[in-house]
Design a protein around this ligand. Sequence first.
Ligand code: FCB
Length: 445
Amino acid sequence: MTLFKENFLWGAATSAYQVEGSPLADGAGPSNWHHFVHQPGTVLNGDTGDVACDHYRRYAEDVALMRQLGLNAYRFSINWSRVLPEGRGRINPAGLAFYQRLVDCLLEHGIQPCVTLFHWDLPLALDEQGGWANRDCAAWFADYAQVMFRALGDKVPLWATLNEPWVVMDAGYMHGVHAPGHRSLREVPLVAHNLLRAHALGVQAFRAEGKGQIGLVVNLEPKYAATPSLEDAAAMQRGHAYMNRWFLDGVLLGAYPEELPAMFGAHWPQFTAEDMRLLLEPFDFLGINYYTRTVNRDAPDALPPHAEPVRQEGAEYTELGWEVFPEGLTRTLLWVKQRYGNIPLYITENGAAIIDPPATQGGVADPRRVEYLRSHLLAARAAMRQGVDLRGYFAWSLLDNLEWSLGFSKPFGLVKVDFTTQQRTIKDSGYFYRDVIASRGAALG
Ligand code: FCB
């Protein structure tokens, strides 16, 4: 008996900057990612999102591919500065029209659009005013969200406010490897807090319009200790608080983990009770992006969380250096249920960066990605058997795309993209996923 219900969402995900290209077309304003990638040395091999998968112009072809795979849902994000070139105020109708065309095309093919409002590309104009370190950014986000709810609310049943706020904070403001490229311990807690305030204000704006469901997407990784020592156990706890609990405790418990003030010392601000109450604004579902686990050892001199990852002898790693660890997905889903309650969940991203052979007449053989998908879907099913309310699964990604500062060197797609010709070829993993969908999970074995 399959546990995957008739209305289970079988999707694939992308994000605007990673696939669209045409970043300044039709009156769009620049995003901070557009600006960032054009600074020397920021992206491997000097790759940029100027063309990417050319999805902005080839979306109809891509929707046809989704159809071929049998997807019933597509998760994509909006480039905020296409719609509001200065980030606030003036609307650019031509930018909005692109997303209207995409949504209509999906609906015509029986594919449910699932929109993420913020997947890391912030309008440059707002970045220049401090970006997420500026408290006002939360209200700017809510105003932008309202524009989108009004434009697409009748047609889009599932919305996410933010994608992985942790990465924005950690990669963008602590380590400087993502836009806006800051390295500021002082900004990090402010950015995290303003992102969550933005989420809460976005949910409030959504309630005012009153259609569909809205949630938050976070990336979670179970943490393990490298040795049984007390130091490594504490490093594991800090890593867990920093990455997994910070955002979820914030929006579901209304308090930040007590490990954080100690980690940030003088950089940890006081947050008002009013702000913390705001964060508790109820939302409808949680999206979980799951890729791997980390094994931590104590690293007192490192940046917060003062822990560093240890590679596991004999384990399988993907091209991103991420260990393949499917049981971590079961554990993560169960942990969320046990700590925060039986919230409706979606796996909003899951996938593997693996170098593929060239496409041939026979397609693209990617057996390791097939195995990755199979083992993680089985791990998800195991959690459902234990009562987790999982309502959908989105493979990352539909297409090979721009893996942020790693450029085009890390393919995640179910569909291979030749970036010189823009030719698409469905990989074996795409066909495997198609069979899983068609059999409602029976093809998993
Ligand atoms: C996640 C991001 C997504 C993609 C995958 C590999 O952190 O949300 O855009 O880059 O990792």
